[in-house]
Design a protein around this ligand. Structure first.
Ligand code: ADP
Ligand code: ZN
Length: 752
């Protein structure tokens, strides 16, 4: 099809062109030949400028509604859509509505929001389903005419219930020709079938049955299933499931999902990427078997493509995945679960900078689905929403397993420890004794290093020189394994200098403590202990943390040392001791959420111990024992912590009492960056209403990275809607040159 057709009388499709980010939808005419093959959510091929492009139909309109030109002339002639991919939409209409909401709320180009709905192997169009030949015996077919060998082969095929042609050939030592002859004889069929690339193929899944719920769990399940207590027309309110670690939240999720499946509705379970371990998947797979699909970035493109298609075709009705799974194409959605809803990893750090928890709440609202936000340490946003009645609160106040109890928490004042022993404050005597104790009893220990706000850097003991990455202006991190210095922002590495580059003295030492240093000390003090370490370095292989955890769980390791990643979602029945090293280092992050984050970390780690029959003990080593975040974490007393924290947030006008927007500009020339952002800030100030507070233009806390300077402004307002018009008009009034990048982050999760 070529040339232009007149849109008059036909339909007009509003299309987001793939790979662009102008934020503009383009009108194309829908030719009559495609009229009933194309609609919202279809992928189409069009001519865009002079090139061929693919795009997605975001909206449809009658041609008569197409806007007239400014001088009142009839609409100009539109280019036609040239072709439609596939016979069904790739994007469900409610998801398209969700994308349009994201574009508005997060001030992001609509095309990027549409693209975000699809996993890259689906979007690229490069992945395809795998089709292979499948051989099956025809039931009741007469085998009289076959040779004895053919008869044996046929019997074998029938016995195993058929198989992939290649498999049959290899297994039964025959040739494809023989099989073709059997096909001719009418005793087997050979047909092309889709072969699923199953990421969890070969793992044994033991089916599990629903547990009888305790009273609190039952009440929580009732709240989820009763929807909106009487008001059938309103969409169900989100349920904040506030349950201490080990209180049986997962069992509530499982039974809520089962109830939805029974009604013919589907479900999505979001888990933080780091907690998306095979163990987690197993818990859902054990209950729901084949109706589970897993979306995970560690899957191959082929696996992700197949999982996505199983969801789109309705073969999988329960989806488990990290933040992007909130966009899974589940039809007739009944429930979304957001586990560990407070997790910062739900926030995407590139455009659209969405928070999957908030998008989940919106999606549930748009589709009339129920939603459970689960956490032992809810975000103050969700907690506040429950306080003011926007959400309903369900509490699980005790551990579910009959014999489990809350651990005993000791807070160790490291200031006193250092003063009394004259040694560096890494291990207290009490913690050392406790580890010794556990080893002698054959119980396990978890040592958790809080690395947030803390670095392992090379410092000269004579002149104080700190080895720093020139491009990023942050200290290098020392890596023992490779004996090198590495920049964690850009990845550059350097040899460790023999003498100080600044003063020439040979006294450069690595200050600060990594998990490797702790491993060394532990191995030295307890030479017979089996010690393992789990951090970003030791787990870069796919699923390798699964192996480390597997060993620990099976009791092949006595002491496991790790960073935040051991603090989440795991079950260790024989762990009776947890030591938290530098518990307070995260309090030093220059961010209003530092207290909240510290509380969360401490509560999560304490929650790891005492899951089995043996009572757990936690040693919190800190230089700030009096801080509320440290004190309250001791009893997992979230409610009191939240009360104090909310009061001070209200006073200072921080979230949840305001919404934050961070507008950042990156570029190679510091002066240009500062002055252009200054102009943007001025334009915003000129338009913004009085209740929008706007900071000065300041260098970001990461002021320079990869040779790019970064400046930013932070805005605060009672709602995003109050800020949006001023931001949109300001950014459309300036032209950002190609060498610079503007980033708008609505509901930024930190200010540093
Ligand atoms: P959470 O998700 O809140 O951390 P889990 O769902 O993992 O808690 O439950 C912790 C442990 O308690 C699990 O071993 C689980 O099998 C067990 N459990 C949960 N609910 C019950 C119940 N109603 N009766 C007995 N055990 C339970
Ligand atoms: Zn760097």
């Amino acid at each position: 099809m070529s040339g232009k057709v007149c849109a008059m009388g036909g339909k007009v499709a509003k299309i987001a062109i793939d790979g662009t980010s102008s934020g503009v939808l383009f009108d194309y005419a829908v030719p009559d030949s495609l009229a009933d093959k194309c609609g919202i959510g279809f992928r189409v091929r069009v001519e865009f400028g002079r090139r061929k492009a693919t795009g997605y139909v975001v909206d449809m309109a009658e041609a008569a509604e197409a806007p007239r030109t400014a001088d009142g002339k009839p609409p100009r002639k539109l280019k036609p859509i040239e072709g439609v991919d596939g016979d069904r939409s790739v994007i469900l209409p409610p998801l398209m509505r969700l994308a349009r909401w994201m574009a508005r709320y997060y001030i992001a180009p609509i095309e990027r929001c549409v693209q975000t709905l699809l996993p890259s192997p689906v979007r690229s169009g490069r992945s395809r389903e795998v089709v292979r030949l499948y051989v099956e015996a025809v039931e009741g077919a007469k085998d009289d005419a076959l040779t004895p060998r053919q008869k044996t082969l046929l019997a074998d095929i029938a016995r195993v219930g058929g198989g992939w042609l290649q498999q049959v050939v290899a297994e039964f030592k025959c040739t494809p020709d023989t099989l073709r002859r059997l096909e001719k004889a009418g005793v087997v069929t050979i047909e092309a079938r889709e072969r699923r690339r199953d990421p969890f193929a070969g793992r044994r899944v033991v089916p599990s049955k629903p547990l009888p719920l305790n009273d609190e769990q039952k009440a929580a399940l009732d709240l989820v299933l009763s929807g909106n207590a009487g008001d059938a027309k309103a969409p169900p309110k989100p349920v904040l499931l506030f349950g201490v670690t080990g209180s049986g939240k997962t069992e509530v999720y499982l039974q809520s999902i089962a109830a939805m499946l029974a009604q013919g509705r589907g479900a999505i379970v979001l888990v933080p990427e780091i907690a998306l371990t095979p163990q987690t998947v197993q818990r859902f797979a054990s209950r729901f078997g084949e109706s589970i699909a897993v979306l995970h970035s560690a899957l191959s493109d082929g696996e992700r493509f197949d999982e996505w298609r199983r969801i789109r075709e309705g073969k999988a009705r329960v989806v488990v995945g990290p933040r992007s799974a909130v966009f899974a194409p589940v039809e007739n959605l009944g429930l979304i679960v957001v586990d560990e809803e407070h997790e910062p990893s739900y926030k995407q750090d590139e455009s659209p900078r969405y928070n999957a928890r908030d998008v989940a709440v919106m999606r549930a609202h748009l589709e009339g689905a129920s939603i459970i936000l689960g956490s032992a340490t809810p975000s103050l946003e969700s907690w506040n929403n429950a306080q003011i009645g926007k959400y309903v609160l369900a509490r699980l106040s005790r551990r579910a397993a009959a014999d489990a109890c809350m651990p005993l928490v000791h807070i160790i004042d490291m200031r006193r420890e250092v003063a009394e022993t004259g040694k560096g404050g890494l291990f207290s005597r009490a913690l050392m004794d406790a580890i010794h104790d556990r080893l002698s009893r054959g119980e396990q220990t978890l040592l958790f290093l809080n690395r947030r706000g803390y670095a392992t850097s090379l410092v000269c003991q004579s002149c104080g020189y700190v080895a720093t990455c020139d491009a990023c202006e942050i200290p290098f991190t020392y890596h023992k394994r490779d004996d090198c210095l590495r920049c964690h922002i850009c990845g550059t590495w350097r040899h460790v200098p023999a003498v100080c580059p600044s003063c020439g003295e040979p006294g450069c030492k690595c200050l600060g403590t990594g998990t490797q240093r702790i491993e060394e000390i532990v191995s030295k003090c307890f030479p017979h202990a089996r010690v393992a370490r789990m951090d970003a370095d030791s787990t870069s292989r796919k699923f390798s943390h699964d192996d480390i955890l597997g060993d620990f769980k099976a009791g092949r390791t006595d002491i496991l040392i790790g960073t935040q990643m051991i603090a989440k979602g795991l079950h260790f029945p024989n762990v009776t001791l947890a030591g938290i090293m530098m518990a307070d280092s995260s309090l030093r992050i220059p961010d209003f959420r530092a207290g909240e984050r510290t509380f969360q970390l401490l509560a999560q780690v304490s929650g790891r111990t005492g899951r089995g029959a043996i009572a757990g003990e936690v040693f919190v080593q800190t230089f700030s024992p009096e801080h509320p975040a440290v004190q309250m974490a001791r009893t997992e007393n979230f409610a009191d912590f939240a009360k104090g924290e909310l009061a001070s947030r209200r006073e200072l006008g921080y979230p949840p009492f305001s919404h934050l927007a961070r507008i950042a500009l990156h570029g190679p020339d510091e002066g240009d960056v500062a002055s252009l952002l200054g102009r943007i800030a001025a334009a915003i100030r000129a338009k913004a209403p009085k209740d929008v507070r706007i900071s000065d233009v300041v260098p970001s806390s990461l002021a320079k990275a990869c040779d790019q300077y970064r400046y930013e402004i932070i805005m605060r307002a009672p709602s995003v809607a109050r800020m949006e018009p001023a931001i949109t008009s300001a950014i459309s009034s300036v032209r950002v040159p190609d060498r610079m990048r503007l980033a708008i982050d609505i509901d930024a999760i930190s200010v540093c």
